[in-house]
Write a protein that binds this ligand. Structure first.
Ligand SMILES: C[S@@+](CC[C@H](N)C(=O)[O-])C[C@H]1O[C@@H](n2cnc3c(N)ncnc32)[C@H](O)[C@@H]1O
Length: 210
């Protein structure tokens, strides 16, 4: 399945990686999907299109993000949220759309077609995930904060998903600038004796129960 970019930024921009990701999700064909780290919502829209094809309106997408740059996340690696190297897109969002694509409202608009199936949450995963009933979720794309403690917190909160035979797909396992991602994943997998496959040329860690 083709991964579309919707004139926005995404971390799955590398040629072929978006389609690889969507095919990976299709293998499990989940009905309730959680994305931790939504950013401009490009992956969110692609996932909703995919789930709609499989299940019609019988699916749920939950997306969680800080949706703002603040002191709280100043140590996190957040992709450049503006289009500083692309003046045409910069002009489009500033003067035509008059919208910050890294905002809850902008992502809501991108997902408007699926407004009855989506639930977007603005907040920090370190606090919010503890309040979500994770036993209802069967697929998690973990791509939020990349600091060791945040990744470990997010993974620990996903234990119910894994115990219920769900999947947690983590991005950036091999990202050199964020060594805490791999450290947290390796520790979590070993401690809980889980099955972890490294896929997509080392980029993704897919965690499931043994
Ligand atoms: C790499 S981007 C996500 C990219 C997106 N999944 C995609 O495919 O385009 C990481 C996002 O995680 C968010 N983030 C960072 N720390 C977070 C935290 N503690 N809780 C929630 N979101 C967080 C950032 O604001 C950023 O939008």
């Amino acid at each position: 399945m083709e991964y579309k970019k919707y004139y926005r930024k995404t971390s799955l921009k590398q040629e072929g990686i978006g389609s690889f990701f969507l095919n990976e999700i299709l293998k499990k064909n989940p009905k309730t999907f959680l994305e931790i780290g939504v950013f401009h919502g490009v992956t969110a829209r692609n996932v909703c299109e995919l789930l709609f094809k499989s299940h019609g309106n019988n699916f749920n997408y939950i997306g969680l993000d800080l949706f703002e740059e603040s002191d709280e996340n100043k140590n996190e690696i957040i992709p450049n949220t503006t289009f500083s190297s692309n003046p045409v897109k910069q002009f489009y969002y500033k003067y035509i759309k008059r919208q910050n694509p890294y905002s809850l409202e902008a992502v809501e608009e991108l997902l408007n077609k699926f407004k009855n199936n989506i639930h977007l949450i603005k907040g920090n995963s370190n606090k919010v995930l503890k309040k979500i009933d994770m036993s209802k979720i069967d697929y998690v794309f973990l791509d939020g904060g990349h600091e060791y403690n945040t990744v470990l917190n997010d993974l620990n909160c996903c234990m119910d998903v894994i115990n219920n035979s769900g999947t947690v797909l983590c991005d950036d396992y091999d990202l050199q600038q964020a060594p805490g991602v791999k450290k947290a994943i390796d520790e979590f997998v070993n401690k809980n004796n889980l099955n972890c496959s490294i896929i997509g040329n080392g980029r993704f860690a897919k965690i499931e129960k043994n």
